[in-house]
Ligand binder design. Structure first.
Ligand code: C2O
Ligand code: CU
Ligand code: CU
Length: 495
C-alpha cells in the first residue's frame, strides 16, 4: 500500500515545483508554481510526462458499480455501512492500481434511495493518509450531515450521515470533501452514485432495470506500474485515459432498444462535449436535479465536472452488429472516444418516453429579496496563483453570504478568469438558471440544477430558495483543483 507521502512523491513533479500542500488547512497558495509548468492544452497531459500505458479501446467489458445492500431496513429508513479503504484493483489490463475507495471500490457502490425514505450511512475511515468528509452532492440535508470540509473522519473513526430524501428524484453522487484535498481524494476513487427514485418517475414507463444504467465518466493518468499518477497543472488534473464506471474505454453490448443513461461527469477538471458517432440525437430527459419538464433532443451535450444529464438513447434505428461510439468533441487523440455501444441483439421494448415528464415549479425572479454578485477570477501572489471568488480565496473563518431561511435569492456568477470555465456548485438547495449573458437558458437547462457551467466571460444568474435547514454550507467551483485552491465560499443560512 502506498502512503500518502509516497503517492504524492510519485505523483508530483519532484524537483520541478508542482507542489500539493499536504497538511489539512495547509493553505490555499503554493500548490502550483507558475514558473514550473507549461500551460495546459486543456485536453492532454501537462507536457514533460510520459503518456499512460496504452489501452486498446473497447476491449474491456462495460460494467455498472454494484448496488449496495442495506444492513438494516426499517419502516421508513434504510441503513448502510461503508468503509473507505485502499485497495488494489485492475483498471489497465495486467497492471495493478492502488485506489482509495468506498468499500475499496472504484467508483464506490451505488446507493438506491427512495423519496421519503431516510437513508442513514455509517462511514468508516480506514485510509491512513486521508481524513475524508463525506458529502452528498445535490442532497438536501442538515448542515451537520453535509460533509463540511473540516468535519472530517479521522483514521479508524466512523461518522453517521442522515439523508432525509425529501426532494425530487435525481441522480446524485456522494464524494469526499476534505479541506484542500478533495481533488486528490476523489482522484484516488472516493466518489459513487446515489440514485434517488420516486413514484411519479416510476409511473412514467421510462427504460428501467438493465436498461437504466449510470455512466460515471472520469479521466485518469497512470504510471507504467499501473499506479494512478496525480500531476495537476494550473487548470487542474487532466488524465489521458478515459474511464467509465472505473473501466478504461469499455464496450457495452446492448439490445436494439431504448436505454436510459445517467451520465455523470465525475472528472476532476475535464469538460466534455458528448456526441454519438451514429449522428443520432440523445433525448435528454433530466439534468442535475432530475426530470426536465419535457424531453429535449440534442446531438451535442456539454458537461462540466459534476454536472449530470440523463438521456434516452434509442438503438432501434441502429442495425444489429453495428457499433455506436460515445465521443468527446472537446478532445483529440486517445481521450476523444469514451466508450462503445455494440448493438448485438434484438429485444422487445415496452418502455416509452412521454412528451411531458415532470411539471416544473418555477422560481419567480420577483420573489427574490437579494441579488449577490460573485466574480470568478485568478489571483497571482508572486509566482504562485490561486483561483478566487470576489478576489478572495476560501477562508473557513469568513462567511460570504447569509441568506435567511425561506428566502429566495439571485446569485450572479461572472467569469473574469480568461479562457477557463467554472462549474459553480451550491450546496443545500437546487437552483434554476435565470439567464446566461442576459439570454434565457436553453430547454435543456430549464430545470433544477446544482452545478452550472460559467463559461469564459459569461455572466450566469441563478435563482435559489434556501429551505428547511439553517447552518453553514459551501458553494464552489467543481473543477476540483480550483475548489481546493481555493475557489470556494460558504453561506450561513440564518433562521
Ligand atoms: Cu460535489 Cu461541494 O460538492
Ligand atoms: Cu455538493
Ligand atoms: Cu473553476
Amino acid at each position: 500500500m502506498l502512503s500518502r507521502r509516497a503517492f504524492l512523491r510519485q505523483a508530483g513533479r519532484v524537483g520541478t515545483g508542482a507542489l500539493l500542500t499536504t497538511g489539512v488547512g495547509g493553505g490555499a497558495a503554493g500548490w502550483w508554481t507558475a514558473s514550473s509548468s507549461a500551460a495546459l492544452t486543456g485536453n492532454e497531459l501537462v507536457d514533460g510526462f510520459l503518456p499512460s500505458p496504452p489501452v486498446v479501446p473497447f476491449e474491456a467489458v462495460f460494467r455498472t458499480p454494484p448496488v449496495l445492500a442495506p444492513t438494516r431496513v426499517e419502516a421508513d429508513a434504510d441503513y448502510y455501512e461503508m468503509t473507505m479503504r485502499p485497495a488494489v484493483v485492475e483498471i489497465l489490463p495486467g497492471r495493478s492500481t492502488t485506489i482509495w475507495g468506498f468499500n475499496g471500490q472504484f467508483p464506490g457502490p451505488t446507493i438506491k434511495a427512495r423519496r421519503g425514505r431516510r437513508v442513514v450511512i455509517r462511514q468508516t475511515n480506514q485510509l491512513p493518509d486521508a481524513k475524508p468528509a463525506v458529502h452528498l452532492h445535490g442532497g438536501h440535508v442538515e448542515a451537520r450531515f453535509d460533509g463540511y470540509p473540516t468535519d472530517v473522519i479521522p483514521f479508524g473513526a466512523s461518522r453517521e450521515y442522515v439523508y432525509p430524501n425529501r426532494q425530487l428524484a435525481a441522480s446524485l453522487s456522494y464524494h469526499d470533501h476534505e479541506m484542500h484535498r478533495t481533488a486528490p481524494n476523489v482522484y484516488m476513487g472516493l466518489v459513487g452514485a446515489y440514485l434517488l427514485e420516486d413514484e411519479e418517475e416510476a409511473a412514467l414507463n421510462l427504460p428501467s432495470g438493465d436498461f437504466d444504467v449510470p455512466l460515471i465518466i472520469q479521466d485518469r493518468a497512470f504510471g507504467v506500474d499501473g499506479s494512478l499518477r496525480y500531476t495537476p497543472g494550473m487548470d487542474g488534473m487532466y488524465g489521458d485515459v478515459i474511464l467509465v464506471n472505473g473501466v478504461a474505454q469499455p464496450r457495452f453490448g446492448v439490445a436494439n432498444r431504448k436505454y436510459r443513461l445517467r451520465i455523470y461527469n465525475a472528472s476532476n477538471a475535464r469538460g466534455y462535449e458528448l456526441t454519438l458517432s451514429s449522428g443520432q440525437p440523445f433525448v435528454q430527459i433530466a439534468t442535475d436535479g432530475g426530470l426536465l419538464p419535457t424531453p429535449v433532443p440534442r446531438t451535442t451535450i456539454p458537461l462540466q465536472p459534476f454536472e449530470r444529464v440523463e438521456v434516452i438513447v434509442d438503438f432501434s434505428s441502429v442495425e444489429v452488429g453495428s457499433p455506436v461510439i460515445l465521443q468527446n468533441g472537446l478532445a483529440t487523440g486517445r481521450t476523444a472516444a469514451i466508450m462503445r455501444f455494440d448493438v448485438e441483439r434484438q429485444e422487445e421494448d415496452r418502455s416509452s418516453v412521454p412528451s411531458v415528464l415532470r411539471p416544473l415549479e418555477r422560481l419567480e425572479e420577483e420573489a427574490a429579496t437579494v441579488t449577490r454578485d460573485f466574480t470568478l477570477g485568478m489571483a497571482m501572489g508572486g509566482e504562485r496563483m490561486t483561483w478566487v471568488i470576489n478576489d478572495q480565496a476560501f477562508d473557513h473563518a469568513r462567511v460570504d453570504a447569509t441568506p435567511r431561511l425561506g428566502d429566495t435569492e439571485i446569485w450572479r456568477f461572472t467569469n473574469r478568469s480568461g479562457p477557463h470555465p467554472h462549474p459553480m456548485h451550491i450546496h443545500l438547495d437546487m437552483f434554476q438558471i435565470l439567464d446566461r449573458n442576459g439570454a434565457p437558458p436553453s430547454p435543456a437547462e430549464v430545470g433544477w440544477k446544482d452545478t452550472v457551467a460559467v463559461g469564459p466571460d459569461e455572466t450566469v444568474r441563478v435563482i435559489v430558495r434556501f429551505t428547511d435547514y439553517p447552518g453553514r454550507y459551501m458553494f464552489h467551483c467543481h473543477n476540483l483543483e480550483h475548489e481546493d485552491h481555493a475557489m470556494m465560499g460558504q453561506f450561513d443560512v440564518t433562521p
